[in-house]
Design a binder for this molecule. Structure first.
Ligand code: TYD
Ligand code: MG
Length: 453
């Protein structure tokens, strides 16, 4: 029996200390240091079959001489997932998928495992094989390549991997794994670090990609040390409002691609459906034109997204008017109302204003400003805007209409979806030749009032 030893870890950054202290020297956080039992690994767990024969130190090579041809990416059979990864999965890479409980992480990765044309091992420490089978039956009943293992000990997992030799390994979740070489409980910092190190070693030596699910804490960070995010190649975040059907997959870190890409899914009774044209779903179907509705041509990452904004302006019942915004920054709403009051002469001071972005989405793109202003004007006048109008511009404090980035992409998306007119800033440089859509250039909020009312 090896000597049992305790060490102190910072829960925030993973730094290690010989004794307890109140503040972490590395990340300066207070009260984050906890004691954990460990005993040092005598040997590493993952032993690749060829590692003994290939034992030679790495030599420096000229960058031009390095062969990159075998880095062909694996097609994940899921257009949204491939896009977020930057065109498929890189062999030997470690990808961490984080997200709130119940958002659909297990569903997403099981669905991918079922669809893949590669031999896939799905290791679950959270559900039994029967439970996973029940879920799989709802998603995709027939799959020849997917193997399910319920196991939490890394040593046992590696033994199974050695005999099965899968092409892809999925682990649900890193917080349930534990290694024999560390005595602290699963989910503790030293266990997470050790298990991830073992998995990285396995992935790099066999060029097998590994997908890990990671839980997130109350404040939205992946549970465990920050160092976990540094260790892996890609960190994906699965997010969305649980009460709405949309789920957004984005990359927070990607060593092999852009972090601007975005994947959109819809949660259905039979798993997650890829949404290739989100704009069509976000704009509600309606029979007549309704006052207070306006469509914004926004960008989420690199993707154009037409989003519907709804406003309701009514006479305040109580003394102080209420202002509330769902999916939009409430402070920005107040600012836009002040601009309307001062520059366009609207007396909104005694009115309640409610704003809602449909589809349960939160928008940060400033290009939504003009649509917000238009929807408020429309509701205030109780006059519907033509349903084939859309907007893409930022509104400044003096009521000026400011240009937005990638305006051509927004115009093309609006054109594709059959809008007749898009309102953009006069100061945007637009290089498009004869678009079928009318591009209405405006420079001040007052101009918009003239057009709409
Ligand atoms: P799950 O994938 O287990 O979430 P996580 O692993 O992120 O904790 O499940 C997410 C939710 O999705 C669950 O509450 C039920 C729902 N769901 C569906 O609506 N349809 C389905 O086909 C499946 C499998 C789950
Ligand atoms: Mg789960």
């Amino acid at each position: 029996m090896a000597k049992v030893k305790t060490t102190f870890f910072c829960q925030s950054c993973g730094s290690q200390y010989a004794k307890w202290q109140g503040q972490c020297n590395a990340c300066k956080q207070w009260n984050t240091i906890v004691e954990e039992l460990i005993h040092k690994p005598e040997k590493s767990d993952w032993k690749s079959p060829t590692s003994t024969s290939k034992k030679h130190a790495s030599k420096p090579l000229k960058i031009n001489e390095i062969d990159s041809s075998q880095e062909a990416r694996l097609n994940m059979q899921d257009a949204e997932f491939n896009r977020v990864l930057g065109g498929g999965m890189v062999p030997g890479s470690l990808t961490l998928l984080g997200g709130e409980p119940g958002i659909g992480k297990s569903t997403l990765l099981l669905q991918i495992a079922l669809k893949l044309n590669y031999k896939t091992l799905y290791v679950s420490g959270e559900e039994s094989q029967k439970q996973i089978k029940m879920r799989a039956e709802r998603i995709l009943p027939n799959s020849d390549n997917c193997y399910i293992l319920t196991e939490t000990k890394t040593q046992h997992i590696f033994k199974q991997i050695e005999s099965l030799e899968p092409d892809i390994v999925i682990v649900d979740s890193i917080q349930t794994l534990h290694s024999d070489y560390i005595e602290s409980s699963p989910g503790s910092i030293s266990q997470i670090k050790e298990c991830t190190t073992e998995l990285i070693k396995f992935a790099k030596e066999t060029a097998t990609p590994v997908l890990l699910i990671g839980h997130i804490t109350k404040d939205g960070h992946i549970a465990g040390p920050k160092i976990l995010e540094h260790m892996v190649d890609t960190v994906l975040q699965f997010e969305g409002d649980r009460n709405h059907v949309f789920r957004i997959l984005r990359a927070n870190k990607n060593r092999f691609g852009s972090t601007n890409e975005l994947g959109i899914y819809e949660m259905q009774g039979s798993g997650l459906r890829e949404v290739s044209n989100p704009s069509e779903l976000l704009i509600s179907e309606k029979d007549g034109e309704l006052s207070g509705n306006a469509v914004a041509a926004t960008l989420e990452g690199m993707r154009p997204l037409m989003i519907e904004v709804q406003a309701l302006v009514s006479t305040a019942v109580y003394g102080t008017p209420q202002r509330s915004a769902t999916g939009f920054n409430a402070k920005r709403l107040n600012m836009l109302l002040a601009v309307l009051e001062k520059r366009a002469g609207f007396r909104l001071g005694a009115k309640d204003v409610f704003l809602n972005i449909t589809g349960g989405i939160t928008v940060d793109d400033p290009a939504i400003d003009l649509a917000v202003v238009a929807s408020i004007l429309s509701s205030n006048e109780d006059e519907a805007l033509p349903s084939d109008y859309c907007f893409a511009a930022e509104v400044g404090l003096s009521g000026e209409i400011r240009p937005v980035q990638r305006v051509e992409q927004r115009i093309l998306e609006a054109e594709k979806l059959g809008f007749s007119t898009i309102f953009v800033s006069k100061y945007n440089k637009i290089a498009l030749k004869n678009p079928a859509i009318k591009v209405q250039l405006i420079s001040k909020v007052e101009d918009l009032v003239g057009f709409l009312i």
